[in-house]
Write a protein that binds this ligand. Sequence first.
Ligand code: AMP
Ligand code: MN
Ligand code: MN
Length: 325
Amino acid sequence: MNFEKTENIIKTAKKILIISHINPDGDALGSTCGLYQMIYNRFKKRADLCALTYLSPVYKFLPNIEYAKSSYDKSLVYDLVITVDVAALDRLGDMRILFEKAKTTINIDHHKTNNNFGDYNYVMPNASSAGEVLYKLFKNSGWKIDKNTADCLYTAILTDTGGFRFDNTTEDVFLAVADLVEAGANPNEIYTNCYELKSKSYVMFQNYCVNKAQFLDDDKIAYMTIYKRDLERFNANDDYTEGLAETLRAIVTTDISFVAKEVEPDKVCKISMRSKKFDVSKICMAFGGGGHARAAGCTIKSSVDNAVKKILNEINKYVREVREQ
Ligand code: AMP
Ligand code: MN
Ligand code: MN
């Protein structure tokens, strides 16, 4: 797969928007900033760069992040909108309208639940990250990767593989990052920026949450509920809950872990689910969400307690079905 079909579109487009999903993670931000750099290097064009909603201070070190805005004028009609790491269009929040109005759209992703919603689709479900998809597209197109692009793509791959530990850490990942390091990415500097500049209140908050975790089914199911009042107590940012579902999955007995986080009291709850052996994207799809086999998510319009009941029901149903197969 290379950019052959779309190179001309990028070349001729006057107004370009690069956008990723709400509450952007390291892959979302690394990939959008890396693509921004590449489009600048190759076509001498400055795209608009959208980082929806809360921007974690963790990723302030990324090249080009200073150009990112959380919102753009909804009346704009772009020649080209490129989505990166976006599993489904509702993950674009209220900027979705810009995608719908765009003259041409390109969808670059690695979620297996992605339904190819773009005019042009570069979706690789076996890739670790959108960053890896971009790396392959750039290499196969013969586009030279500079240090800034390398730093961005390395960050994307590092964070979506959980620091090269998850089961999406393939030989291709190591080949890609070796090449990115050769192109100038600095592994230790990026690791330090991503994982070793946590605030004291972040660590305290995570400990507090882990302490109130609940376990079911001989500890095979582990979960925690996080309310707005918990976040407020620790003066927590939106990204303070990152990694909690992984912490619960790390327990030897855990098959499925999830975090239920209150977004709007009694109205909206976000679920982050992880697993060791089940395909939890199927469970999240039952609620209109999606993702990957071992890491998926969804948003449920109800109170946290109700959402947890619904999720536990769906987990039971799914696990029973798998065991009967
Ligand atoms: P998270 O738990 O937010 O880290 O998300 C885990 C994985 O599931 C990520 O790859 C997300 O992109 C994906 N995901 C989370 N929420 C949704 C959703 N509502 N729809 C589709 N994919 C999602
Ligand atoms: Mn993501
Ligand atoms: Mn990703």
